[in-house]
Design a protein around this ligand. Structure first.
Ligand SMILES: [Zn+2]
Length: 311
């Protein structure tokens, strides 16, 4: 079942990839005194450029920590080169906000330099599963060249509820809010700078991937996160956000779910393209990228009966 879901993720990424063109890659932005990030990558980010995933760099007195590592060794090397433009502190820690490839497949380059990978306990088995698919990069819309030198590295330190990492005068608080986008999605908070990374718990200006989501708890978490003292919220994809974006995402998800449930009732997988078009027409305008294939994918993954598996 898990593999089936993972294959579905692959189809999603392929759909995204085939719908967009290569985008220009900006360097790291300074988000606050100790925090940098790749944020607001254009929607036109192809698979080889990590599907527009954001990352973070948190720099303390003694060490640096990265939040997510992009999709490949090559992308992680680009990230490392940009990191060296802003700090010479050793990157001792990698935190994966969740296991999806665009957030975790660059881990290998940081591990080579001696970093330890930290994530939720559920991330480990997911990444082990993901390793099986490295041999078929085309499933993700990636080429062998895109993934040259990439090996999948699972976390070696995991936690179930929360954990704090001390970088020397800057601490980083990791927390698992329960199942949301995936069952291993965590938040990464830097109290000193009032910045929080939400991984794919928040998509800003992107249609969210809902296929593995626990929508009820996800919406509760989006409400709870409105109480965060953080002034800056970094989503998994899209520009730096504020609290109103949490509410917008919740509304959007609820509207999507209501429409999808009603329009998919009694329908089959072949109806997905027509239903996707209808949903896009009726969804509230939040200036999100409405890739029809992505919406269609969410319908197939969550709301329509799965086609019979081939024997
Ligand atoms: Zn994700």
């Amino acid at each position: 079942m898990k593999f089936k879901v993972f294959k579905c993720v692959a189809v999603l990424y392929l759909a995204v990839c085939s719908s967009v063109l290569a985008g220009e890659q900006p360097g790291l932005q300074r988000i606050s005194d100790h925090v940098y990030g790749y944020v607001d990558i254009k929607n036109a980010s192809p698979a080889g450029n990590s599907f527009g995933a954001n990352t973070g760099l948190i720099v303390g007195r003694d060490a640096a920590l990265v939040v997510d590592t992009l999709v490949s060794a090559k992308e992680a090397d680009r990230f490392l080169a940009d990191i060296r433009k802003v700090t010479d502190k050793p990157v001792k820690y990698v935190v994966n906000t969740h296991y999806h490839l665009d957030h975790a497949w660059g881990n290998c380059q940081f591990v080579k330099l001696g970093a330890v990978v930290i994530a939720h306990a559920n991330t480990r088995p997911h990444i082990a599963e993901a390793a099986k698919t490295l041999a078929n990069p085309e499933v993700f819309g990636l080429t062998t060249k895109d993934l040259e030198g990439t090996t999948v590295q699972a976390p070696t330190i995991t936690f179930t509820d929360s954990m704090t990492v001390d970088l020397g005068d800057v601490t980083v608080e990791l927390r698992y809010p329960g199942p949301t986008h995936t069952n291993d999605s965590i938040t990464v908070y830097v109290p000193k700078d009032n910045v929080i990374f939400l991984g794919d718990i928040l998509f800003s200006r992107y249609h969210p991937f809902l296929g593995e989501g626990d929508l009820d708890n996800w919406q509760k978490v989006l409400v709870e996160l409105q109480g965060t003292p953080a002034a800056k919220i970094v989503p998994g994809h899209g520009p730096v956000a504020g609290k109103s974006d949490l509410e917008a995402m919740k509304t959007y998800m609820r509207e999507f779910d209501t429409l999808a449930r009603s329009l998919c009732s009694g329908k089959s997988a072949q109806d997905a393209p027509a239903i996707a078009q209808e949903i896009i027409r009726r969804l509230p305008d939040q200036q999100r990228s409405e890739l029809p294939k992505l919406v269609e994918f969410n319908l197939r993954a969550k709301y329509l009966p799965q086609p019979e598996a081939k024997k």
